[in-house]
Design a protein around this ligand. Structure first.
Ligand code: ARG
Length: 461
């Protein structure tokens, strides 16, 4: 018997090589329950259109319910000859409902509109799950910020000491991009919330089936406005791939810093034993593998996104079989984040910070030079000149191997008459931090407000 969905026109079955190439059940089977849900909704619109009697509808729904239970228990699984999830489930339905009734369900739908719909359903659920995992990382960052309200650290640009900042300010600077990622997922969902079901192969259905009814039953806001677009477009899938890649990139940036902070040279953090690994040869080693895997897997998600874009480039409308390649990249992104997010959240939550070490380094590298310049500006010195004067302070310190606060009163005065001993007020880390008290700045009062703001964002979800 020809087990495919298109026996009539063909004199023989497909070549083994085609079957092997064509098969997608090893990755699309995860859509099986969404496919069954789509089938229930489709059966109902067939009934509304007078194409299934009341009894046939009842029989169809009962068979689909049994099929769904058998899929869930593993009792029903795809066989090697099943091309894809749709083919396998049609076989399962016909086994349960008989060929006469089971064979009626395919009317007015195509695998092209089915698959476009199922991917959206699956990714919408995944988006919620991923958002939850991202928020756990944000929460861990907020907890660490809250636990260290006073700790200062060297803020860096170009990885060089720049100006002292509060540790909490820095940690929250990692929380905000992640909150925007969650926002992106929510925003993406508005575009994913339109159902392609009813688009048929590309031109829509002639059988009087209402796509709006199916859309509503499947939890969508409505049907897509164009059946060609509904079956051919994958921008929604690509956009999901972008947001997940962005999440991974954001995690990689936190991770890179944790890797640096955990080095002997920095000594800013100690990783918890539960979130670090040892070496098979060097007994002393404690390695930041979670952070390194996060950094590495970001590359993988970028690959998923670019692979997907490459698949779509130049593809004519409407459905082309190339589109079957849309699923593995985003499934990989989902699976990767599913294991990555809890590990990163746990690693961040269990970090032990060493505030003394960070405080010791915070003023080093002449990171208070800007404070001298800005103090001079408050004394009426033009910034251009103030910058020169502060630069001269740095030059002299560098020559003598000392820090800015170690310049004597006479050294200060000889650099510029405007440099009275009062300048020392800003030559401390706490003075510098407190002075940056505009909205968004690193002053402890502002960071405390910012933490509340981030927590309010967390509550919103
Ligand atoms: N398995 C296909 C996919 O994932 C859907 C089937 C459409 N196949 C076809 N020959 N029209 O895109």
């Amino acid at each position: 018997a020809n087990l495919s969905l298109w026996g009539g026109r063909f004199s023989g079955g497909p070549a083994d090589a085609l079957t092997e190439l064509s098969r997608s059940t090893h990755f699309d089977w995860r859509l099986a329950q969404y496919d069954v849900a789509g089938s229930r909704a489709h059966a109902r619109v067939l009934h509304r259109a007078g194409l299934l009697s009341e009894a046939e509808l009842d029989g169809m729904i009962a068979a689909l319910d049994r099929l769904s239970a058998d899929v869930a228990s593993g009792e029903f699984a795809p066989q090697p000859q099943d091309e894809d999830v749709h083919t396998a489930l049609e076989r399962g339905l016909i086994d349960r409902a008989g060929p006469d009734l089971g064979g009626k369900l395919r009317a007015g739908r195509s695998r092209n509109d089915q698959i476009a719909t199922l991917v959206r359903m699956y990714l919408r659920d995944q988006a919620l799950r991923i958002a939850g995992g991202v928020l756990d990382v944000v929460e861990a960052l907020c907890e660490q910020a809250a636990a260290h309200p006073e700790a200062a650290m060297p803020g860096r640009t170009h990885l060089q000491h720049a100006q002292p900042v509060l540790l909490g300010h820095h940690l929250l600077a990692h929380a905000w991009p992640l909150l925007r990622d969650v926002d992106r997922l929510r925003d993406w969902d508005a575009r994913a919330a339109l159902s392609p079901y009813g688009s048929g192969a590309l031109a829509g259905s002639s059988l009087g089936l209402d796509p709006a009814v199916v859309a509503e039953e499947l939890g969508f806001d409505g049907p897509v406005p164009n059946s060609i677009d509904g079956t051919a477009a994958r921008d929604v899938v690509v956009e999901f791939g972008f947001v997940t890649a962005m999440i991974a990139v954001d995690l990689s940036r936190i991770s890179e810093e944790i890797i640096l902070w955990a080095t002997k040279e920095f000594g800013f953090v100690t990783l918890d034993d539960a979130f670090s690994t040892g070496s098979s040869i060097m007994p002393q080693k404690k390695n930041p593998d979670v952070a390194e895997l996060a950094r590495g897997k970001a590359g993988r998600l970028i690959g998923d996104l670019t692979g997907l874009l490459a698949t779509l480039k130049g593809l004519p409308l409407a459905y082309n079989r190339d589109l079957q390649e849309d699923k593995e990249p985003v499934f990989d992104a989902c699976d990767t984040l599913e294991v990555l997010l809890p590990a990163v959240a746990g690693m961040v939550a269990t970090l032990t910070f060493h505030p003394e070490r960070m405080a010791e380094l915070a003023p080093q590298g002449f990171s208070l030079a800007t404070d001298i310049a800005e103090w001079l500006v408050r004394e009426g010195v033009p910034f251009r000149e103030a910058h020169e004067v502060a630069g001269e302070c740095v030059r002299q310190c560098e020559a003598q191997g000392k820090e800015l606060h170690e310049l004597t009163d006479s050294e200060l005065a000889s650099i510029s008459p405007a440099l009275s001993p009062q300048v020392r007020e800003v030559l401390t880390v706490s003075g510098s931090l407190a002075s940056r008290d505009a909205v968004g700045g690193t002053a402890p009062v502002r960071v405390a407000e910012q933490l509340e703001q981030a927590r309010t964002e967390l509550e919103r979800w």
